[in-house]
Design a protein around this ligand. Structure first.
Ligand SMILES: [Zn+2]
Length: 242
């Protein structure tokens, strides 16, 4: 796989895209390459989804030259943001797009998992629907394999379709070394230091199931990567209340 070369991008003065990704609240977006945007094949099917499609595309690629009133300009601006988002969902699952998002992931640009036992694992943006205007963007943690709402309200209004439902999973397919190992560690509810009876019974059953599953997987030749980890604020030696 070719290394992403950021120099090719700086050859262009991409005013609109520079402005877009540096706007507050747009921290989850990466910059789409000029050559990706100008290849019509990549934009197939988007025309009916965007009002003023051609003007919006011209604005994104800095060739906008249309004398219009403020109201029309505002509509075109809005369309350009929507078009950029729709193309973004396609772009971030290309080789170059994945590399750009990977850089952002490494810098924790998407935030960190709020779950204590995930120990601030970095998150990735994800959509719960690929249809625009249906669900806002969420954040996926590869460690607990769960999704969370963004902490900041300025991210809560971003359309999830601008990232898509598959993006984090494609990223981990392309970069499997980044998949965090499964951890045999979980929070155990306790009352005054004693595990609650029902939870203790359930936890024992679940651990037994997990051990059986790991054994079956091993027999089938599938190696399960799990790491033992220290428990949090707890000496696990204390006995069940059962
Ligand atoms: Zn997590």
């Amino acid at each position: 796989m070719d290394d992403y070369n950021s120099e090719t991008d700086s050859d262009y003065a991409s005013y609109w895209r520079d402005w877009f990704i540096s706007t507050r609240g747009h921290e989850y977006f990466c910059e789409i390459d000029e050559d990706y945007l100008t290849d019509r094949f990549n934009l197939t099917g988007l025309q009916p989804e965007v009002h003023y499609y051609q003007y919006a595309l011209d604005l994104i690629t800095d060739v906008f030259d249309f004398d219009c009133d403020d109201e029309t300009r505002e509509s075109i601006e809005k369309s350009a943001k929507h078009l950029y988002g729709l193309v973004h969902a396609r772009y971030i699952i290309t080789t170059r797009g994945l590399q750009k998002m990977l850089e952002k992931y490494k810098k924790c640009d998407f935030g960190r998992c709020p779950r204590v036992l995930c120990r601030s694992h970095p998150l990735l943006p994800i959509g719960l629907s690929d249809v625009a205007h249906s669900k806002s963007v969420k954040l996926y943690c590869a460690k607990c394999e769960d999704v969370y709402s963004p902490k900041s309200s300025r991210h809560a209004t971003i359309d999830g379709a601008y990232f898509g439902t598959s993006f984090p999973h494609i990223l981990f397919q392309v970069y499997p070394a980044l998949i965090p190992p499964k951890v045999n560690e979980r929070y155990i509810p306790r009352c005054f230091g004693f595990k609650t009876h029902a939870m203790a019974a359930l936890a024992r059953w679940q651990e037994e199931q997990r051990a059986n599953q790991d054994r079956r997987l091993l027999e089938a030749g599938v190696e399960v990567r799990r790491v033992e980890s220290e428990t949090i604020g707890d000496d696990s030696s204390s006995d069940d209340a059962s």
